[in-house]
Design a protein around this ligand. Structure first.
Ligand SMILES: *Cc1c(COP(=O)(O)O)cnc(C)c1O
Length: 409
């Protein structure tokens, strides 16, 4: 029976057929699929929840290829099958692959589609880890890249100038970190198709609740599942989602690089995923209220939030997204004021990472983008007074009141 990855899950023997569950169940809506898509059919021993299959290896059947052999590193345990079918369903895609981290998803997705001597186009500001991977590791492997402005009004005409005969892939983020920029993503997908580039988008900040890039024509969606997909700041995981052919190509490399997810973490991620729609819609609402409040504060120089009509990203976000997300950032004038603000806040936790149920605040220049040189951070607008906020699911009034006291002169 073909699985969501197009891999044959061969039967051990005819009489065991009824014991081998299928993972292809899918419903009509995102909310229902988050809870049920890919659940084992029949339920394992009647269990309502997919049990943890803490077994590295499985009895041999009549496997004829290496990747049909069942082994955790090959991402084909029942926990992997359930989670992968669920993620594919919620991103409107054919297939998904879970990985040991968001960076494993990103690096493996890129390296499986680009060779030494080839070239990528990338959004100007990206997650710090992605940026460092491209600058350091990809460059060392002979893979070059050119940053482009995907929000530029002239769009594709300027991107064309960055193309070379070796350009194979374009990598962007749905909402960029930490400036919450939303580019002309529809034009990016069209541009990639026209120039025969593999289009890869990091959908971590938007989540499939607000945006499903495959529906727009993107080839591959990557996630740090550490963030919203899990939503409880208690694990590290990633995902690559797209067509069966593209995901299988990533999977072939993951077999060798080894960044597979273990079944325990699959189980936790599956549990977190069930409440994604509830959490993200609440975070959309609270972040929008907080952004409007902050915009009215004299001590806040600028608020970056695509839901604000004053944001240059609003036009694209409004057209493509069903919600604007739970992330925002603010400029407070200087690093000292930013530090004082962080010290005065009593409710949000001062910590890196994002997307959990608890509100977090951090200065990107001191965390996610600490790996970049100062002049590069300045050029990108990631100044020392920038504070990024990941809005949780706490009471909105209580959260806003805490921001208000922390911003008082
Ligand atoms: C955190 C993050 C990553 C990296 O994910 P890890 O799970 O930490 O490896 C990649 N992209 C974005 C947008 C992120 O926020």
């Amino acid at each position: 029976m073909p699985s969501s990855l197009g891999v044959r899950i061969d039967r051990l023997s005819p009489e065991r057929d009824e014991l081998m569950p299928e993972y292809s169940v899918k419903f009509k809506t995102l909310d229902t699929n988050l809870v049920h898509a890919g659940r084992p059919q029949p339920h394992v021993e009647g269990a309502v929840v997919t049990p943890i299959f803490q077994s590295a290896n499985y009895q041999m059947g009549d496997e004829t290829t290496y990747d049909a052999v069942r082994y955790i590193r090959l991402s084909n345990s029942p926990n992997h099958h359930t989670l992968q079918a669920r993620l594919a369903a919620v991103e409107s895609a054919e297939a998904a692959l879970v990985t040991a981290s968001g960076m494993a998803a990103i690096s493996t997705a890129i390296l499986s589609h680009v060779q030494s001597g080839e070239h990528l186009l990338t959004q100007r500001t990206l997650y710090g880890g992605t940026q460092s991977f491209l600058h350091q590791d990809a460059t060392r492997l002979g893979i070059s890249h050119t940053p482009i402005d995907i929000a530029a009004p002239e769009g594709a005409r300027t991107w064309e100038r960055a193309l070379t005969p070796q350009t194979r892939l374009i990598f962007v983020e749905a909402i960029s970190n930490p400036l919450m920029e939303v580019g002309d993503l529809l034009a990016v997908a069209d541009f990639a198709r026209l120039h025969d580039l593999v289009s890869v988008i990091d959908n971590t900040f938007a989540t499939p609740v607000n945006f499903r890039p495959v529906e727009l024509g993107f080839d591959l969606v990557v996630h740090s599942a550490t963030k919203y997909l899990n939503g409880h700041s208690d694990l590290v995981a990633g995902a690559v989602i797209g067509s069966t052919a593209s995901v299988d190509r990533v999977r072939q490399l993951l077999l060798h690089l080894g960044g597979s997810l273990d079944p325990n973490t699959c189980f936790l991620l599956e549990r977190g995923l069930k409440t994604l729609a509830l959490r993200v819609r609440r975070q959309n609402e609270t972040a929008a209220r907080l952004a409007r409040f902050l915009e009215g504060q004299p001590s806040v120089r600028q608020v970056n939030y695509p839901g604000l009509t004053s944001s240059p990203s609003h036009r694209h976000a409004d057209r493509l997204f069903s919600g604007f997300g739970g992330m925002l950032s603010i400029y407070l004038g200087d690093a000292g004021l930013a530090e004082r603000f962080l010290e005065r806040l009593t409710l949000p936790i001062h910590a890196a990472s994002l997307g959990g149920v608890e509100s977090l605040v951090v200065r990107p220049a001191r965390s996610s983008h600490l790996g970049l040189e100062q002049d590069e951070r300045d050029r990108l607008g990631i100044s020392d007074d920038l504070v990024r906020v990941s809005v949780g699911i706490e009471d909105a009034d209580e959260l806003i009141a805490d921001f208000e006291q922390a911003l008082a002169p």
